[in-house]
Design a protein around this ligand. Structure first.
Ligand code: NAD
Length: 451
């Protein structure tokens, strides 16, 4: 059985992907479990193999990126960076030290913490950064001595399958296994008796289902879920200086990023200047064919997402919003939507309260800082956030008062393999990246011995 894959730039089916059966999932899990017994043994061999895998991915960046752009719609340059990020992560985790951590070493004895692998990790990814997020999961999971069964979103299965082929050739058999199929397949992976940890990135609803199902088997989970990131512009900010950063923080990847700017709070005095500066960029950005080097923004990745963004903007208009730029789907084939800056809209309207996940940015005036913080924090989400100011010290003080896993001053978002990436409240459980992310793929093992 196969399922269709659509190119969002044309709206046409251009390929088919295999629908993994439950027997095939059992076989992938068994292969991963078998491979883990030797993969988990020798960390120096593991580190060498990961370096080799990184080189193999580097050599195939263009081929994987072309497929990623075809199925997901992002500009090729962005797709190349995303694929290259997998190699970067494999290398970084190959090099990082993983214990043992010595807690005591004196005349009474020695106490240390070893880090042991969990076993087989089920990694489940969404359609916005399918390859990049696969790397976020595979690299630390492998470094810790686990093996992986990876499932991409049914909207974007192909680039991940190709990544799987490349890794399959570079690593011992069974260490990374890619399976493709719908949401049910993800649910089976979570419930599968071989799975010891689920590393999930996706929506809040699916994250809750994963958490419940994993609890039944006492499996570890990392859940990176949605966000509704606020950006607070302080009264000392220069609209001309911050506009580019704010704009791309919101519109990069056509706004389909968990930690994109999703609402901007501006002091009433600066409102018009910020709106004008953002609208000026929005109306000159090149939207179109993502294989064209001049293109800056591609289409939305899926038809349901185009419908959702259209519905949220229409709803905002009915509540008094005015589009300072954009506001409509673009005529013609494909799932294109105009880069849109909305004014006259406030908290309580869906486009502000919900995660729009598209090229639409509401700008909301605030009275004073307390008002801005109260609005920014009045959400179930708590992923990224940012403060924009001429005074980074003051920015950092305000940052500490935002309920979020991450707050950046004069930037949004910034992610690095070395730094933890995490959400609080409904945005997630656990952490990815850095040594903190690596530790979530391990169990601690305390070993204590007398002198
Ligand atoms: P989604 O939750 O619909 O699907 C994500 C993945 O989970 C897919 O592979 C899907 O097939 C699978 N899945 C769905 N239901 C499942 C279940 N019950 N059990 C197991 N697997 C299941 O999300 P999406 O629409 O693909 O992605 C968009 C969402 O992802 C947005 O909310 C976005 O904010 C979020 N996201 C979060 C981060 C982060 O790091 N916090 C990063 C990227 C995207």
């Amino acid at each position: 059985m196969k399922f269709q894959v659509v190119n969002p730039s044309t709206g046409a089916v251009f390929a088919h992907a295999p629908e993994c059966t439950s027997d095939q999932l059992d076989a992938a899990m068994a292969a991963a479990a078998d491979a883990q017994r030797s993969w988990g043994q020798d960390q120096s061999e593991r580190r060498l193999a990961m370096e080799k895998a990184a080189a193999a991915v580097d050599a195939e960046v263009d081929r994987i990126a072309a497929v990623l752009t075809a199925e997901q719609g992002k500009p090729l340059a962005l797709a190349r960076r995303e694929v290259g990020g997998v190699a970067t992560r494999l290398r970084w985790f190959a090099e990082v030290e993983l214990g043992p951590e010595v807690l005591q070493d004196d005349d009474r004895g020695r106490v240390e913490i070893l880090r042991r692998p969990l076993g087989v990790v089920a990694a489940i990814t969404p359609w916005n950064f399918p390859v990049g997020l696969a790397g976020w999961k595979i690299a630390p999971a492998l470094r810790a001595g686990n093996t992986v069964v990876l499932k991409p979103s049914p909207f974007t299965p192909l680039a991940t399958l190709l990544l799987g082929d490349v890794l399959h050739d570079a690593l011992p058999a069974g260490v990374v296994n890619v399976v493709t199929g719908g949401d049910d397949l993800g649910a089976h992976m979570v419930q599968h008796p071989v799975t010891r940890k689920v590393s999930f990135t996706g929506s809040v609803g699916a994250g809750v289902a994963v958490n419940q199902a994993a609890a039944a088997g006492l499996k570890r989970v990392t859940l990176e879920l949605g966000g509704n990131d606020p950006a607070i512009v302080l009264d000392d900010a220069d609209p001309a200086a911050i506009a580019e950063g704010l704009f791309w923080g919101a519109f990069m990847n056509t706004g389909q990023a968990c930690a994109a700017v999703k609402r901007v709070y501006v002091p009433a005095r600066l409102h018009d200047a910020v709106v004008d500066a953002l609208a000026a960029i929005a109306s000159t950005v090149q939207v179109g064919d993502p294989t064209d080097d001049a293109t800056q923004l591609g289409p939305l990745s899926t038809l349901p997402q185009l419908r959702r963004v259209t519905e949220l903007v229409d709803d905002a208009r009915r509540h008094g919003a005015v589009a300072a730029a954009g506001g409509r789907p673009i005529d013609g084939p494909g799932y294109f939507f105009e880069p849109t800056v909305l004014t006259g809209v406030a908290d309580g309207v869906r486009v502000v309260d919900e995660e729009q996940f598209g090229p639409v940015l509401p700008v909301i005036p605030y009275r004073d800082l307390e008002d801005a913080l109260a609005r920014a924090n009045a959400t179930q989400f708590g992923l990224g956030s940012s403060v924009w100011t001429s005074d980074p010290e003051r920015g950092a003080e305000v940052a500490a008062r935002i309920d979020a896993g991450m707050t950046w001053v004069n930037a949004h978002p910034v992610s690095s393999v070395e730094h933890p990436f995490l959400g609080v409240k409904a945005s997630g459980v656990g952490v990815e990246n850095g040594i903190w992310g690596l530790h979530t793929f391990t169990d601690m093992h305390l070993v204590s011995r007398p002198r």
